[in-house]
Design a protein around this ligand. Structure first.
Ligand SMILES: Cc1cc2nc3c(=O)[nH]c(=O)nc-3n(C[C@H](O)[C@H](O)[C@H](O)COP(=O)(O)OP(=O)(O)OC[C@H]3O[C@@H](n4cnc5c(N)ncnc54)[C@H](O)[C@@H]3O)c2cc1C
Length: 339
């Protein structure tokens, strides 16, 4: 296992930020884990971070510890019962390629999640979701390694405690578990989810199949979201805030057009709408800004630093707080060293 020093992460984060890791290694095989863990144990003061596609990261600072780049590859059809087909993928598999591969195998269920960047192993971290579907809808179980002990454990759907852009691994025990494989159960009689704005129109008159829906989602996403290969970004930068019914009622009175969806214990509103109303769509400060077609997406137009993007994000948070009294929470993981 080769541990490199002062390794550039510029090509490994979709914001394209010029950050580095103090130490870095790539994990291609599970067998290599023992030596990485041993190295980490010999350097107990160093933090460890797992990295997939770097599409949900904002590096404000360099990472002062060890970055383990998860490259584990493998896909397998496990079998089926009366209702489901079971499929397993290793953590380092590219998410979108995996989705298309399941479609090539005649499976359905993941089509609405097409073209989300990143890896299979990171997908459960924030229970990725798009166009009315979340990862948890097709999730069966995952295998993860306890970084403290090396023990391998299986986690069921319930144990993962998936929520809106959230999971046990993101908010309860962040950094402890290295996800190594994920098993999905894909319905043999799928119920297509095509009600989401824009999807039905795109599919109008077509005979539905997982491939047709996936193609439609790809085309919608390509028309709305910046391609990180051209403009650095991490997708939606803020979560849609969930506010109390009382606050919602007060806001609805003042801003009748505000969108909202009932959630357990509150109302989810649109972060993009709030940001847009504050006049941020397409705004730019140096090379940090919001995408001109989508106010929720912060972008790096070229040479922005992580600090530039973070400062810009703080401006957005402050103005939404000032106008609506709603606190926006970033969706990506923000790497920032204590001052
Ligand atoms: C253009 C664009 C569009 C996007 N659209 C969506 C969308 O529609 N829906 C959505 O939900 N997200 C979206 N995202 C966000 C992002 O793609 C997802 O969150 C994705 O799952 C991140 O995967 P990654 O491999 O890049 O993770 P990384 O950014 O590398 O890591 C994210 C987090 O997961 C941890 N992690 C990574 N791998 C592992 C592992 N094997 N075990 C344990 N922890 C791990 C990291 O430490 C970090 O905390 C979008 C991003 C972009 C750039």
């Amino acid at each position: 296992m080769q541990i490199r020093e002062n390794y550039s992460l510029k090509g490994l984060n979709t914001f394209g930020l010029d950050a580095s890791a103090r130490y870095f290694c790539s994990l291609h095989k599970l067998g290599g884990l023992r030596s990485v863990m041993q190295w980490a144990q010999e350097h107990p003061d160093l933090a460890v971070m797992f990295l997939g596609g770097g599409s949900n990261m904002l590096f404000v600072d360099n990472f002062p510890g060890l970055v383990v780049h998860v490259r584990l590859q493998d896909r397998e059809m496990l079998g089926q019962d009366n209702d489901y087909v079971y499929v397993r993928a290793a953590a380092g598999e590219n998410w979108h390629e995996f989705v298309r591969w399941t479609i090539d195998q005649g499976c359905a269920g993941l089509e609405n999640l097409s073209l989300i960047p990143g890896t299979v192993g990171a997908a459960p971290m924030q229970n990725i979701g798009a166009y009315g579907v979340e990862l948890k809808d097709c999730f069966y179980e995952l295998q993860a390694v306890d970084w403290r002990t090396g023990e391998i454990r299986e986690f069921s759907l319930e144990e993962c405690r998936f929520g809106y852009r959230d999971s046990y691994f993101k908010s309860v025990e962040a950094g402890r578990w290295l996800i190594v494989t994920v098993v999905f159960r894909l319905p043999r009689n799928p119920q297509w989810k095509t009600d989401y704005a824009g999807v039905r129109e795109q599919l109008d008159g077509k005979e539905l199949s997982a491939r047709i829906i996936s193609d439609a989602i790809i085309s919608i996403r390509q028309s709305k979201l910046p391609n990180p290969a051209q403009i650095g970004n991490a997708g939606s930068f803020f979560k849609n805030p969930v506010i109390s019914p009382q606050q919602w009622a007060a806001l609805k009175e003042r801003f009748p057009a505000i969108p909202g969806w009932q959630q357990d214990g509150g109302v989810k509103t649109s972060a993009g709408w709030l940001i847009d109303q504050c006049g941020w769509k397409g705004k730019r400060d140096g090379d940090a800004g919001t995408y001109d077609k989508h106010a929720l997406v912060l972008v790096n137009h070229g040479e922005a630093t992580g600090a530039d993007v973070w400062r810009f994000a703080q401006g957005v948070i402050a103005s939404v707080q000032g106008r609506f009294g709603v606190e926006l929470e970033p969706e990506p993981r923000v790497i920032q060293n204590a001052a």
